[in-house]
Design a protein around this ligand. Structure first.
Ligand SMILES: C[S@@+](CC[C@H](N)C(=O)[O-])C[C@H]1O[C@@H](n2cnc3c(N)ncnc32)[C@H](O)[C@@H]1O
Length: 433
């Protein structure tokens, strides 16, 4: 059976199940947003906490890199943007594809099932998600896997730095979970999913045990710190962040250029670089390398979805607050900081050893349509009785696939071990051709 036929057959088998799920969803959600859980943890809020912290840091050690600024703003244990609140949905700062409709997660599950079946469904199976947000995508994927009885000897591994989000993920995925009292343990929380598989939480990917893996990273890499470089008459310089003393205002920051070559400029910038602005995430490079090593040594399939470019992007560092783009240097910690992902760097890392094959980037619109989202939406709509549900379904579909919405900017890249080449030559990876 050709790969696409397998996908269609999986989709067909899924249709009854998804109808039930979709009806519940469309009845209970408003404006495409799902709210599963309310955060109980309260963190004392001081809007100036991070500004003061950064101000003191820069006063003592001088201008800092954009990566260091992002790390403090997003990951500071006390009040980092990701550490202390739920930022998703209509009332938050942004919305992501899995939060718009469960069809997104289900299509990705179908894709994984299809590719996994092609290689004979190796077990035990580890499903890893990097940066799982509210846990919605993992939940939708595990639901589909359970429908196909694919969860025997399977486990879910979540890499998440945010204590607040890990609470929410546990609420989404598990009936019960508990925090590990041993602060040095690699697994800081564990639980059993509603479908009975073990779920473990880690701070970093390298802590997840080796094993055959289906790995997913959706809007994860865009949240990792980047270094910024700017082309000047005197060659490239790293962009730094300094205190701005030009006004009397407290805690103002500004961009400056490093006078000398910084270590990261020497390490990260390619000698043949020509763009005026270049952004490189050293943290992402490390994780791409870890993913490639994991796939090469233990086998598996990885799917990375994010907004980004193929080595052509320039000045993309920005901030979002309440669904509006704002200045990243104003009120740090109150807005999400993000930068487009450079997918060409994934290929560069994979090509270093030739142990891993890279597919894509493919536009979200093309990827979802090639894996059959239209068939699914049509099948669901045909079984819906309420016109409003059909309208809602269609608007979600358009939001995910229209080029002016999420269809063009969001892209998919898949990684597979080079040992799978023969199978892939015979049954090409669905979604990329
Ligand atoms: C933009 S959200 C995306 C959430 C989810 N994947 C989605 O698409 O709805 C980024 C996620 O990555 C997590 N995160 C950010 N930096 C991280 C890091 N260095 N290590 C682990 N998780 C991180 C955040 O806490 C959050 O769960």
């Amino acid at each position: 059976m050709c790969a696409l036929k397998i996908t269609r057959s999986i989709l067909w088998q899924l249709s009854n199940y998804t109808l039930l799920q979709a009806q519940t969803t469309t009845q209970t959600i408003a404006n495409s947003i799902r709210f599963y859980y309310t955060v109980k943890r309260k963190v004392a809020k001081d809007e100036n906490y991070l500004s003061k912290h950064l101000y003191d840091k820069i006063r003592i050690k001088g201008p800092i890199t954009v990566a260091e600024y992002m790390k403090v703003v997003l990951q500071n244990p006390m009040q980092g943007y990701y550490m202390s609140k739920d930022m998703f949905g209509e009332k938050g700062d942004f919305v992501t594809s899995p939060e718009i409709t469960q069809i997104f997660g289900e299509m990705l599950a179908v894709w994984f099932l299809n590719e996994w079946q092609k290689i004979g469904c190796p077990k035990p199976l580890q499903i890893i998600e990097l940066g799982p947000g509210r846990g919605t995508l993992s939940s939708d994927i595990v639901n589909v896997f359970s429908h196909f009885k694919a969860l025997h000897n399977a486990s879910l591994h979540l890499v998440e730095i945010s204590p607040v989000l890990s609470d929410i993920q546990a609420g989404t995925l598990c009936l019960q979970s508990s925090l590990n009292n041993n602060k040095n343990a690699l697994v800081y929380r564990h639980g059993i999913s509603r479908h009975g598989i073990p779920v473990s939480w880690y701070k970093q990917l390298k802590d997840v045990p080796e094993g055959f893996t289906l790995l997913l990273a959706h809007e994860f890499f865009d949240a990792l710190p980047i270094h910024k470089f700017h082309k000047t008459y005197a060659g490239y310089k790293e962009v730094l962040i300094d205190i701005d003393n030009s006004e009397e205002k407290e805690y103002k920051f500004r961009y400056v250029l490093a006078k000398n070559d910084t270590p990261m400029l020497k390490v990260l910038l390619k000698s043949n670089e020509t763009r005026d602005h270049v952004e490189i995430s050293a943290d992402s490079l490390l994780i791409y390398e870890q993913i490639c090593q994991r796939l090469a040594s233990s086998g598996g399939i990885a799917l990375i979805c994010d907004y980004g470019h193929n080595g052509t992007g320039t000045d993309t560092f920005r901030a979002f607050k309440k669904h509006t783009q704002v200045n990243p240097l104003v009120k740090p910690g109150t807005a999400d900081l993000t930068a487009d992902v450079d997918f060409s760097l994934i290929r560069d890392i994979a090509n270093k050893t030739n142990d891993v094959l890279v597919f894509g980037p493919a536009k979200q619109k093309n990827f979802l349509q090639r894996i059959g989202i239209e068939h699914r939406v049509k099948a669901l709509a045909e079984n819906m009785e309420d016109k409003k549900d059909v309208e809602h379904l269609n608007s979600c579909y358009k939001f995910l696939t229209e080029e002016s919405k999420m269809g063009e900017r969001f892209k998919f890249v898949a990684l597979m071990p080079a040992t799978m080449k023969k199978i892939i030559d015979k049954y090409p990876v669905v979604g990329f051709v």
